[in-house]
Design a protein around this ligand. Structure first.
Ligand SMILES: *Cc1c(COP(=O)(O)O)cnc(C)c1O
Length: 386
């Protein structure tokens, strides 16, 4: 057997056949709050479920193995994962974040910065000069989101992790849009990797969850300390369901990525679409980096209709795509970031992030590619002019 195991094998085997009580093959769901102490001075490995519980631990172990981490914490949402990452930042320190960060991340950073007295610096991380200037201000933490949501801009994790380390900053990469099936930030030099497991990792759009994984054991310990202190660890039921979703991550991403590529090419060839932001297309500004840094292009991309067409009319005509906020599930979704996922950014902030009002984000599910292509075709054919 080759070591370390491939991701597919880890996803399928982590925690399987470990039960000594009954020989249960799949990991059991332990919903007990309390675990018995042998004596008042002998603290058991699990004592109180907020600090740790065996079900959440099974998910944390699987995610750590997949990301090549020493350990980490499964949290009750992706936002809780970002918040956990911010716990180590102190008054007067700085956080360098992308100007087009996930809307909720942008809001959380601004809110916590004001409340806790740290500085947050939003820069266009695709602009090398701006990124380097941001690092020159000596931030304690650099947050990277690659690919960015919804424009799919890529940041070179290896180069910027190296540069951040040179100024003493920790680097956290939000890997939600790629998942460990497509990108391994810790292998590229990042210190922490963040997920909204709500998206690809669970993959079934029926659990809200998140995770932060650390390359180094001391940082993993700190994360566990803060998670216990603040109580943002994921509940056992949600962790159990997320681990179940994770089992099929690789099979899902393979099919979803293939379908997304077919659709992106199809849309690119239609003159009624003026832009398709998909890193697998040669027209994408960081197409080459996508080949190096990722093992695939993902299944979330965005597009712009010709200005003569009604965005609302197009969306209303779609039959197989639901207008909804999330991404990464088995069902195809569309959303308009400006008024939906990124509504907490004001007009100026959106303009700065390059977020046009009519931009449409697509998340491709597990439907047959031909059915999705036909649906988009008929929706375009019937789209009214503005
Ligand atoms: C959805 C998302 C989040 C937030 O996760 P929740 O589980 O909704 O709290 C953070 N970052 C990215 C990139 C996301 O897509």
């Amino acid at each position: 057997m080759s070591e370390p195991l491939e991701g597919e094998t880890i996803a399928a085997t982590s925690g399987v056949d470990q039960d000594r009580a009954h020989g249960s093959v799949t990991p059991a769901l332990y919903n007990s709050v309390n675990f018995r102490w042998p004596s008042p001075t002998q603290k058991p490995a699990f004592d109180y479920a907020r600090s740790a519980n065996p079900t959440r631990a099974a998910l944390e172990l699987a995610l750590s193995q997949l990301e090549g981490a020493a350990g980490g914490v499964a949290t009750n949402s992706g936002m809780a994962a970002i918040d956990l990452t911010l716990q180590g930042v102190e008054r007067g320190q700085g956080v360098l974040a992308p100007h087009d960060a996930y809307g909720g991340t942008h809001r959380l950073l601004l809110t916590r910065a004001k409340q806790f007295g740290f500085q947050v610096d939003f820069v266009d991380q695709t602009d090398d000069t701006a990124f380097a200037k941001g690092l020159a201000r000596n931030p304690a933490l650099v947050l990277i989101e690659t690919p960015s949501n919804p424009l799919g801009r890529l940041i070179d994790i290896q180069i910027w992790s190296h540069a951040a380390k040179a100024v003493g900053a920790r680097v956290a990469v939000d890997n939600t849009l790629m998942s460990p099936a497509r990108q391994k930030p810790l292998d590229l030099g990042a210190d922490l990797v963040i997920h909204s497991t709500t998206k690809f990792i669970n993959g079934h759009s029926d659990v809200i969850g998140g995770a932060v994984l650390a390359r180094d054991a001391k940082q993993a310990e700190d994360l566990a300390w803060w998670a216990n202190c603040t109580g943002l660890g994921q509940g056992a039921h949600d962790a159990h369901q997320t681990l179940r979703g994770l089992r099929t991550l690789f099979a899902r991403t393979r099919q979803q990525d293939d379908t997304a590529m077919i659709l992106a090419r199809h849309l690119r060839a239609d003159e009624r679409i003026v832009a398709v932001h998909h890193s697998g297309l040669k027209s994408h500004p960081q197409h080459r980096l996508a080949h190096v840094q990722q093992s695939g292009f993902g299944s979330v991309f965005s597009l712009e209709l010709h200005s003569s067409l009604s965005v609302e009319g197009f969306i209303a005509n779609l039959k197989l795509f639901t207008l909804a906020e999330s991404l990464g599930g088995y069902e195809s979704l569309v959303c308009v970031p400006a008024t939906m996922t990124h509504a907490s950014m004001n007009e100026a902030q959106q303009a700065r992030a390059g977020l046009k009002p009519g931009l449409i984000r697509v998340s491709i599910g597990l439907e047959h590619p031909q059915d999705l292509a036909d649906d988009v075709q008929q929706a375009l054919d019937h789209t009214p002019l503005v």
